[in-house]
Write a protein that binds this ligand. Structure first.
Ligand SMILES: [Zn+2]
Length: 262
């Protein structure tokens, strides 16, 4: 550890980062619910979808409120799915993992942001089979901006990574369409890999696509009991997002292990 956060002692810095991550996870719940439904994400307070009552700030504290209310709305007792506190916990974990792995600088906060974006993409694509461009465009801009201030691969390689990531998926999806007469990957996947390339650089792109394709194929085989049916309905972005998280956190170690086998 070379730095800290707001000159706090290490334990307090980690606690602050974790709380910040949980709040971002809380906002992620809003994004995950509203983005695929084309609802605005900035305007409008949170309200219970069952009774329509506005949710007070003290009932909207990440994780704690859900636990204290027993997973139910204060007014109408409608169940609040466990996904909400779980996404808040995931946000906390993204921030903690980012700063613990890469320290309290552009590198660590950038990693935390990328992980959180990947959680959003993975859950939305799994449920709705779309990847909102709002997330990936914001991610591309953030990835380039962070690279410009010294995080990740540096600005020139971040730009190259964005182009390679988007370009490779575009080429693969066109080739797939020509070969099979159907779309294996959509434009959402093109944008997702552009974002991943902007954060991780061009060399991460083939590793993420390979990992995502491998995981997706294994999942499809398991779901189809050995037959590759219905792969057109695979939420490929979810698997790409998982692979991107693995490459972000363990890419160097994986590459060293793989190359060491020869
Ligand atoms: Zn309610």
């Amino acid at each position: 550890m070379t730095g800290t956060f707001l000159d706090l002692p290490p334990w307090a810095a980690l606690a602050a980062a974790t709380v910040l991550g949980a709040c971002c996870g809380s906002f992620s719940n809003v994004l995950i619910h509203r983005l695929p439904r084309n609802l605005g994400v900035v305007k409008g307070r949170s309200f219970c979808p069952q009774c329509g009552k506005q949710i007070a700030w003290f009932d909207n504290v990440p994780v704690l409120s859900w636990a204290l209310l027993g997973g139910k709305c204060r007014h109408c007792s409608a169940r609040i799915p466990a996904r909400y506190p779980l996404v808040e916990l995931a946000g906390a974990a993204c921030a903690a993992v980012g700063v613990l792995r890469f320290d309290y600088g552009p590198e660590g906060w950038g990693a935390a942001l990328l992980l959180l974006l990947l959680v959003n993409v993975a859950l939305i694509d799994w449920e709705h089979m779309i990847i909102p461009h709002t997330l990936t465009v914001v991610g591309m801009v953030a990835g380039l901006a962070l690279a410009a201030v010294g995080a990740g691969p540096g600005l020139d390689r971040a730009i190259l990574g964005l182009l390679v990531g988007a370009g490779v998926v575009l080429a693969v999806s066109w080739g797939w369409k020509l070969a099979r007469g159907m779309m294996g990957m959509g434009f959402g996947d093109v944008m997702l890999m552009g974002m991943v390339g902007a954060f991780l650089g061009p060399w991460a792109v083939p590793a993420v696509i390979f990992g995502g394709a491998l995981a997706g194929t294994v999942w499809a085989l398991a779901a189809g009991r050995g037959r590759l049916e219905g792969t057109a309905k695979l939420p490929f972005g979810t698997f790409l997002a998982g692979a991107a998280a693995v490459v972000l956190l363990g890419g160097n170690e994986l590459a060293a292990w793989y190359l060491g086998r020869f």
